[in-house]
Design a protein around this ligand. Sequence first.
Ligand code: FAD
Ligand code: NAD
Length: 472
Amino acid sequence: MSEYQTVDVVVIGAGAVGENAAGRAVQKGLSVVLVEADLVGGECSYWACMPSKALLSPGSTLKAARGVAGAREAVTGSLDVQQVLERRTSFTSNWDDSSQEEWVESAGITLERAQAIVSGEREVTLTRKDGSQARYRAEHAVVLATGSTPTIPPIDGLADLDYWTTRDATSASEVPASLAVVGGGVAGVELAQAWARLGAEVTVVARGGILANYPREASDLVLATLRAEGVTVLTDTSTNSVRHDGGAFVLDVGDGHTVTAEKLLISTGRHPNTAGIGLEELGIDPKEMESDDTGRVVGAGGWLYTVGDARGRVLLTHQGKYEARLTADAIAARSTGSLGDTAEEWSAFAATADTVAVPQVTFTDPQIAMVGRTVEQARDAGIDASETSLSIAVAGSALQVDDYEGWAQLVVDEERKVIVGATFAGPEVAELLHAATIAIVGEVPLDRLWHAVPAYPTVSEVWLRLLEQYGL
Ligand SMILES: Cc1cc2nc3c(=O)[nH]c(=O)nc-3n(C[C@H](O)[C@H](O)[C@H](O)COP(=O)(O)OP(=O)(O)OC[C@H]3O[C@@H](n4cnc5c(N)ncnc54)[C@H](O)[C@@H]3O)c2cc1C
Ligand SMILES: NC(=O)c1ccc[n+]([C@@H]2O[C@H](COP(=O)([O-])OP(=O)(O)OC[C@H]3O[C@@H](n4cnc5c(N)ncnc54)[C@H](O)[C@@H]3O)[C@@H](O)[C@H]2O)c1
């Protein structure tokens, strides 16, 4: 085994989050080694956000054009499947990470293409593809940015079958004739709509409702659209067993009913990818691992941090990158002694928004965009919360699409008179979300928000309608 090389920080995992942690730490003057076993850029760039949105957006654009009289008449064809797939592939750079590698190098980060394990306190051992090994000692921090892996449910027969995970469903080069999707979460529903619009006959099997983390009125709009477009959505339905009969997957969904499909996508959630990377040997149980608001693992001696999906708080790229920025700043501040053990809420080192203001968008058509707490979550957190909701029907929405259908909700903390949650559902509502995020993070009092006048005629006028309905 080679001698140690000493650096300030070792970041394990060069997904979007690890790249950000490494880049920010270098900017703060620290030397950084970034270790990646697969593609630099991680899940989001190659098998998640980018390809899934690239598969969805042409269908949404087509529907938007068909929704406007005058434009509708100009739309004479359907989606060009080959072009959609090629555009998706171009967004993944054909699963080639050379441009990301160039960025890493230009940022002054040392890239190691290797499998890493945490082999001791502040110590990381790498095994490169050619079998050679290297050891690093991290003077200030080891940052786990190892992402997440799909959680596969214990369905009878499943383990023996060659089913799709989201990696396959975002990178497939042909449209299956039929697709069964187990899991009614955001990944399953987005991919169900994408492949249905490309021509697959799609059945979603959801053990509860679909998109159950959102208010029911919002997820119902998506459910209605999926069904109107021919997607079969089985809600409150368990998959008891699955087999492959030589021609197709056959799912037993109870009461003698089966679902048959050429491909089967299992999208039943993800969990942090932190098992088997040496933590157990150091006496840290990855399943029980907790980190503070700076990302520092509690009870691990102060040198181990987690960010992004590996931290497991919020499994979203933008929120992981936020954590990465703050964690890198905390490591840099601790390296000079300017930050102690704890960081104040909303300081430059504490990921406070992780618990109160996470923006999330489901990029189906219609979209759902939500930030902060639902009214139930707010009440569970002890907040005296009220909710105000309405259908989106303003001049801006009518101009955007004929027969615009949308829904919006504000959740208000009645004691502080500030917004603690907001949801918008409808075509292209994602762009309404950041205003709500700013209102929540800024704790803008409602009587001041009353002075934030939405431009006419935009969909943002729904903000005015909501505040009027609230009683301002
Ligand atoms: C289908 C789908 C669609 C999604 N769409 C969105 C979206 O639209 N918007 C959004 O915000 N989020 C979306 N997400 C979530 C988003 O993909 C993740 O939150 C994000 O990729 C997490 O980034 P990360 O850097 O933490 O992890 P990852 O991107 O998973 O990166 C971790 C990296 O660590 C490497 N690694 C792991 N272990 C080791 C090791 N021991 N040694 C060396 N390298 C290692 C891996 O190879 C990987 O490259 C989506 C997820 C899915 C599944
Ligand atoms: N637009 C986006 O931002 C986006 C898109 C896709 C994925 N993601 C992220 O990726 C992560 C993974 O997505 P996901 O949809 O797999 O997870 P999810 O947690 O959103 O949904 C998982 C779904 O699977 C169901 N499920 C769980 N166990 C099951 C079982 N045993 N049998 C049947 N159903 C079961 C759950 O009830 C839930 O509906 C999410 O946490 C999300 O943050 C984000």
